[in-house]
Design a protein around this ligand. Structure first.
Ligand SMILES: Cc1cc2nc3c(=O)[nH]c(=O)nc-3n(C[C@H](O)[C@H](O)[C@H](O)COP(=O)(O)OP(=O)(O)OC[C@H]3O[C@@H](n4cnc5c(N)ncnc54)[C@H](O)[C@@H]3O)c2cc1C
Length: 377
């Protein structure tokens, strides 16, 4: 059993893991910033499933809003996804991280804020971290450093596509529906743009392309049918779209989690689902020194990612994700797929269609016309 362990990174992945480990182990967490939750980068949209996983793991995550409808816009078409049974939640990311920090501290974790881990070296008994101006040894470490992957790269994790995502927090000049909009456009071939209402404000953002701010805001205002006030805040960050990296390295002396293991969903970039799913299993493996459950859970996730990643590559080869979205929006058969939409398991919808050649053919025809008639931002 590991006795003294460290977590590098105080985002959702690192803090939630530390909070679980701290109950039974001597844990030290390093976060390079002086506060958690800043700088902001994430929109915080999660499914009911992810919300419940976090709730069962530690506590109910604080939210800014919830939504029972997502409207997908692609070209001149749109598709409404009804999520009345399983609403989507917008987490208050900053407050969530602050509460995770409280949980970790209450569990006895020693938290070092404002200390960056610069490098590490392994020894037969564990791992030595070079943090700030000091060296410190641990039986094992978990790297939860996010998408930049400065430390995880040295573990030979395969790289992949890196997307830059931007968010603008804007005032909304009127009372609006609690409906999330996703816009698939030729300006964002690698992802999409979004409009996420949170009371009198909205998070408007995009990833996988480049859009000038005012052009984005005008486009969204027109297509979401809202009047926008001024931009209050802007922020963003990197999203890793890659084959996930194994969570276990150097004979269980080093573990990887969260965005540093590229656990983001390849078709949306969302990373919180995988964190919610894997963290309790990872904590169990670190506590017991027995990794079979972690390997099994990771393989399930890896298999799902493979299907999504292949679908993504095929769409990118056709011109971008908007081509697929447009085909779905045009196809009557797609309605069935959308009805069975699962926010976290896009591969299930993809596999369902592959099993029905007639439907797949119909969507393929729409793909071809979407390639020919591309529209959008
Ligand atoms: C624009 C944008 C929108 C997004 N929207 C969503 C969404 O709606 N839903 C969703 O599920 N996901 C979304 N994501 C992805 C989501 O934000 C990430 O999956 C999630 O934040 C990853 O958490 P993490 O703890 O792994 O990494 P991070 O949140 O990046 O945390 C890592 C922490 O480690 C610290 N750190 C790094 N290196 C060191 C070091 N050497 N020493 C000490 N500290 C270090 C960093 O400062 C940081 O605080 C979005 C991402 C972006 C960029």
């Amino acid at each position: 059993m590991h006795s003294r362990v460290s977590v590098v990174g105080g985002g959702v992945a690192g803090l939630s893991l530390a909070a679980l480990l701290g109950r039974d182990m001597d844990v030290k967490l390093f976060e390079e910033h002086k506060v958690v939750g800043y700088p902001k980068h994430c929109t915080g949209v999660v499914s009911s499933e992810t919300f419940k996983l976090f709730k069962n793991m530690l506590f109910e995550p604080p939210t800014l809003a919830s939504s029972r409808e997502v409207e997908i816009h692609a070209g001149s078409k749109s598709l409404l996804i009804n999520l009345s049974k399983n609403p989507v939640y917008v987490l208050d990311r900053q407050l969530f991280e602050e509460r995770l920090l409280d949980s970790a501290v209450s569990a006895g974790v020693e938290v070092k804020l404002g200390v960056r881990v610069r490098s590490f070296k392994t020894s037969p008994n564990g791992v030595t971290l070079i943090a700030g101006s000091r060296e410190e040894s641990f039986n094992s470490i978990t790297i939860a450093e996010g998408a930049a992957g400065r430390l995880s790269k040295s573990l030979g994790c395969p790289g992949g596509e890196v997307i830059y995502g931007v968010n603008y927090l804007a005032r909304v000049g009127e009372c609006i529906e609690a409906k999330i909009h996703a816009f698939f456009t030729k300006s964002t071939p690698g992802l999409f743009a979004w409009f996420v209402p949170i009371g009198g404000e909205a998070i408007i953002g995009y990833g996988g392309g480049l859009i000038q701010r005012d052009k984005l805001l005008n486009y969204i205002a027109k297509h979401a049918g809202v009047k926008l006030g001024g931009v209050v805040e802007s922020y963003g960050g990197l999203i890793n779209i890659a084959k996930p990296c194994s969570p276990i390295h150097c004979d269980e002396r080093i573990y990887l989690t969260g965005d540093s293991a590229a656990l983001n969903k390849p078709l949306t970039g969302g990373g919180l689902y995988a964190i919610a799913r894997l963290t309790p299993v990872l904590a169990g493996a670190i506590k017991s020194g027995e990794s079979s459950s972690l390997i099994k859970a990771f393989k399930v996730l890896e298999k799902r990612h493979r299907v999504q990643l292949n679908a993504r590559r095929a769409l990118m080869a056709l011109g971008g994700l908007h081509v697929g979205a447009e085909a779905l929006a045009r196809s009557i058969e797609a309605r069935e797929l959308i009805e069975a939409w699962d926010f976290d398991h896009h591969e299930e919808a993809i596999l369902r269609f592959i099993k029905h050649p007639a439907k797949a053919l119909s969507i393929l025809q729409q793909f071809l016309s979407a390639v020919l008639f591309r529209a959008g931002l």
